[in-house]
Every structure is written in structure tokens, then in C-alpha cells.
Design a protein around this ligand. Structure first.
Ligand code: HMG
Ligand code: MG
Length: 299
């Protein structure tokens, strides 16, 4: 077990971060946010979600976002697509990478995407095939990897099984979502020990919400196993509308600060990231959740 020397950060603020915001953020502000994140050195940005606007109103302008986005060279922009309708809308808007999102919990799958785990996998299959035929990479999320808001504890084996199936179906990477942030280093170890029996560490991303303040130590634990892709959201924005209390993805500022301190490169410029935090603060009218941003912006 060795720490990676470089971590690739997937910035999910414009999608996971904003999707839970009640107050509608304008398309122009979202575009500014996405551009600032690219300027700060983030090379993977989840910029939208092609889901039902009745379910998640905040993401209703994702088509406009992708049509209007000025793409920065070297940055991969992606979006969530839960079904073929979502994929077709994403393709129409010019999206270059998509993500399907399943779960290791039956109840969460029903609440989040209105179908069982096996139904969701059947929906993803033709979607992934179509995307792959068009050379569009597909990422696979698994939610509730360390706990479910409806079922409580989730067996690591259930996570490993869904992860393996999504990888076999053609996803290039599996993002393990601690959707409600209840995981601990002990739970992260149990998760990694099981999931690594099913898929290689090079295929894993860690998507840990910070609801219980455990995300950084859980990420540290996952990195000890060699995980080198981390999902985070600027300012610690975020949450899933179908996971009550799931406020706060781990903040990108906090992750970058930790990585810098460990000598692990991420190529993210902290000063520019803080400018982005300041911008988010001005748009939402409240201070960042990130402790690092709070401390550094106060200087
Ligand atoms: P459904 O109601 O079962 O779908 O929803 P349906 O096929 O029966 O269609 C019903 C209506 O939705 C129809 O419209 C469809 O056209 C429309 P109507 O005839 O009623 O006017 N529809 C769509 N509209 C736009 N885009 C689409 C689409 N599909 C159908 N793609 C559905 C199924 C999946 C659409 C719904 O449940 C949904 O949108 N869920 C979204 C849930 C969501 O976005 N959750 C947050 C993201 S996941 C997350 O945050 C976790 C993650 O961060 C990882 C972690 O933290 O664990 C990824
Ligand atoms: Mg999430």
C-alpha cells in the first residue's frame, strides 16, 4: 500500500454542489463558476446533469450550459445521464463525457432514480453501449457505499458487486459515493478491502461527502490503498436532494490543502481556487463550508 504521487481531482461543484440549492443559480453564474474552476487548474469538471427538471429543477439548464460553455483545452467536462433520454439530451448539447449513477442500496435507488438496482443496470446497458460507440467515456457512480439514509448499514460486498457490474458494462471508472458522509476510516478500510477484490484500484474514485466531518480522513485512508482520483466540490457545496442531511461534498480547498501538505500533486492553484470560493460566496450569499477557505480568506 502506497500513497499516490499525483491525485486527479474531479470537481463536482457545478453539479453535485449546486443541485441541492433551492435558490436558482443563473446560467451565466454557473458558466462563470465552471470557467473559474478550469482557470484554477481543475481538469475534470462535472458541469451538469440531464435528469428530470421536475426532480432536480436546478439542473434544468444543463443543455444551455454545455452549448454555451467555452471549453478550455485540457479540461474534460462531464454530465450525469440517468437514462437514454438524458444521454440523447447530453449528446444534443455536445457533452463529451457522461456518468451513470447507480446505488448499492435498493431503497436509495428507488428514491433517487425511481427504479430497482437491477432495473437501473438494465437502463444503463444500452446507454453505455451507445455512448461507447460514439467514443464518449462513461463514468459509473455507486451511491451509499458506506451507509444509506433509508437502510442504514450497507454491506461492502453489495458495493463491490455493483461496481464490478458497471465496470464490466463499460464504465471506465467507478466513483464510490459516501452519499450521506457517515463513513469512518474503519468503514473505508472494510469497503476498500472488499471492492479491491472485485475491481482494480486504478479504476476507483472516492466521492465522499463531509456530512459527519470524516471525509478527509476517509480520503487519506483510501489514498493509502492507492486511490488516486478524488471527487470534491469548491466551497464544500453540495448534497443529494434524495439523501436528507447529505449536505456538503468534501471541499476542494480542503483536499488540495491536504494533498499539498503531503507532497501529492494535483496541479490546482490554491489562490485561484480561493477566488472561486469568493465568487460562490457572492452568488449564494453565504460563507464557504470549507475550513481551509474560511481560514485562508480571513488572512
Ligand atoms: P421517472 O419518473 O421514473 O421517469 O424518473 P420516466 O421515464 O417515467 O419519465 C417521467 C417524466 O420524466 C417524463 O416527463 C419524462 O420525459 C421525464 P413527463 O411526460 O412527465 O413530462 N424524463 C426526463 N426529463 C429530462 N431528462 C431525463 C428524463 N428522463 C425522464 N433524463 C428519472 C426517472 C431518472 C428521470 C428521475 O428519477 C430523475 O430525474 N432522478 C434524478 C435524481 C437526481 O438527479 N439525483 C441527484 C443526482 S445523484 C447524486 O447526487 C449522487 C452522486 O453525487 C453520488 C453520491 O454522492 O453518492 C452521483
Ligand atoms: Mg454526491
Amino acid at each position: 500500500m502506497a500513497f499516490p504521487s499525483h491525485v486527479s481531482i474531479v470537481e463536482v461543484g457545478p453539479r453535485d454542489g449546486l443541485q441541492n440549492e433551492k435558490q436558482l443559480v443563473t446560467t451565466a453564474d454557473k458558466l462563470t463558476l465552471i470557467n473559474m474552476l478550469g482557470d484554477a487548474g481543475l481538469t475534470r469538471i462535472e458541469a451538469g446533469s440531464f435528469v428530470s427538471p421536475k426532480w432536480v429543477p436546478q439542473m434544468a439548464d444543463s443543455g444551455d450550459i454545455f452549448k454555451q460553455l467555452t471549453r478550455k483545452q485540457g479540461v474534460q467536462y462531464s454530465a450525469l445521464t440517468p437514462n437514454m433520454k438524458g444521454l440523447d439530451a447530453a449528446l444534443e448539447a455536445g457533452v463529451e463525457e457522461v456518468a451513470v449513477f447507480g446505488a448499492a442500496s435498493e431503497s436509495f435507488s428507488q428514491k433517487n432514480i425511481n427504479c430497482s438496482i437491477s432495473e437501473s443496470l438494465s437502463r444503463f446497458e444500452p446507454l453505455i453501449e451507445k455512448a461507447k460507440a460514439l467514443n464518449i467515456p462513461v463514468r459509473g457512480y455507486v451511491s451509499c457505499v458506506m451507509g444509506c439514509p433509508y437502510e442504514g448499514k450497507i454491506a461492502p460486498k453489495a458495493v463491490a458487486d455493483v461496481s464490478e457490474t458497471l465496470l464490466d458494462m463499460g464504465c471506465y471508472e467507478i466513483s464510490l459515493g459516501d452519499t450521506i458522509g457517515t463513513g469512518t476510516p474503519g468503514a473505508t478500510k472494510a469497503l476498500m478491502d472488499e471492492v479491491l477484490n472485485a475491481i482494480p484500484v486504478s479504476k476507483i474514485a472516492a466521492h465522499f461527502h463531509d456530512t459527519y466531518g470524516q471525509a478527509l480522513v476517509n480520503l487519506y485512508t483510501a489514498m493509502e490503498y492507492g486511490v488516486a482520483v478524488i471527487d470534491s466540490a469548491v466551497s464544500g457545496l453540495g448534497g443529494c436532494p434524495y439523501a436528507k442531511g447529505a449536505s456538503g461534498n468534501v471541499a476542494t480547498e480542503d483536499v488540495v490543502y491536504m494533498l499539498n501538505g503531503m507532497g501529492i500533486t494535483s496541479n490546482v492553484d490554491m489562490d485561484k481556487l480561493l477566488d472561486t470560493s469568493r465568487f460562490v460566496q457572492s452568488v449564494l450569499g453565504r460563507p464557504p463550508v470549507s475550513k481551509v477557505a474560511t481560514a485562508l480568506l480571513a488572512k
